[in-house]
Write a protein that binds this ligand. Sequence first.
Ligand code: SF4
Ligand code: MG
Length: 269
Amino acid sequence: MAIKDYLRERFFPHMWCPGCGHGTILNSLLRAIEDLGLSKSNIVMTSGIGCSARISGYVDFHSLHTLHGRALAFATGVKLSKPELTVIVPMGDGDALAIGGNHFIHAARRNIDITAIVMNNRIYGMTGGQFSPLSGPGKKATTAPYMTIDNEFDVVELAKAAGATFVARSTAYHCQEATGYLKQAILHKGFSVVEILSQCPTHYGRKNKEGDAAAMLEIQRDTTARIGSKALDENPGLIPRGIFVDIEKPEYCEEYGKIIERATKRKAS
Ligand code: SF4
Ligand code: MG
C-alpha cells in the first residue's frame, strides 16, 4: 500500500501553517506504517484537540477526533474492546501533558499496547500561542509576555517514571530517524511513547525570536544529539535523542483477558 492510500485526500489542502513541523511528523508516521505493511483497516487513530490532533482527519484509518486531552482515554476503550487493532494517538504538548497529563501517566502505568506520539512544539499553537507544560522557563508566549517562570516536564523522564515500556525522542528535522522509532514503537507490545520535537513558526518561533521554520529546524539539528554520540558526551547540555527504554512487561489487555477468562470459568462452574 502506498502512502497516498493512507490519506483522505479529499480533506486536503491541510490547515497547518507554512513551515509547521506537524506535516513532517505525519509523513514520518505514514512512512513507518507503509514500511510495516499495515492494513489501514486494522489501524485506529484517536486524537484530542490542537493543531497536532488534526492528523486524525487526514488519515484514512478508523479515526476519532475526540475531546481535549482525552484521546488516550478513548484509545484505552478501543484497545480493550478490540485488542487486535493497532492504536495510535498523536498529541500536542498541551493535549498530552496539561489537559491529558493524568491519562498519560496512567496509560503508561497500565502498560496498555498503544503508541503515543507527543508532537512537542512547546506551545499551544491552535489557540494562539499560550505557554504549555513543555515550554520551560524564560520563554515568551501570549500568556507570558514577560517570560515564563514554570519549569517544563521532560517527556522522556516522565514516561519512564510512569512505567512506559518503550520511550524514544526524535525531531521533525531528523524525520528518517523518527520513522525508525515510530516503527519500533508500533511493533512494541505495551505503552510506547515517541516524543518528536516540532516547530511552530507562527507562534513559538516569532515570539521567541527563533525565526522561520528553516531556522527552527536548524535549532532542532544543533541542540540535540544521539545518545551514545561523541557530541552528547562533549556537550551534556544538548537534548538527547534515541531510544531510552525498550523493555517487556505484562501488557494490560492480555492481563485483562486473563481476568475475563477466570471470571467466565467461575460463572460456568
Ligand atoms: Fe503549526 Fe503553529 Fe500553525 Fe498550529 S499555529 S499549524 S502548530 S505553525
Ligand atoms: Mg503544541
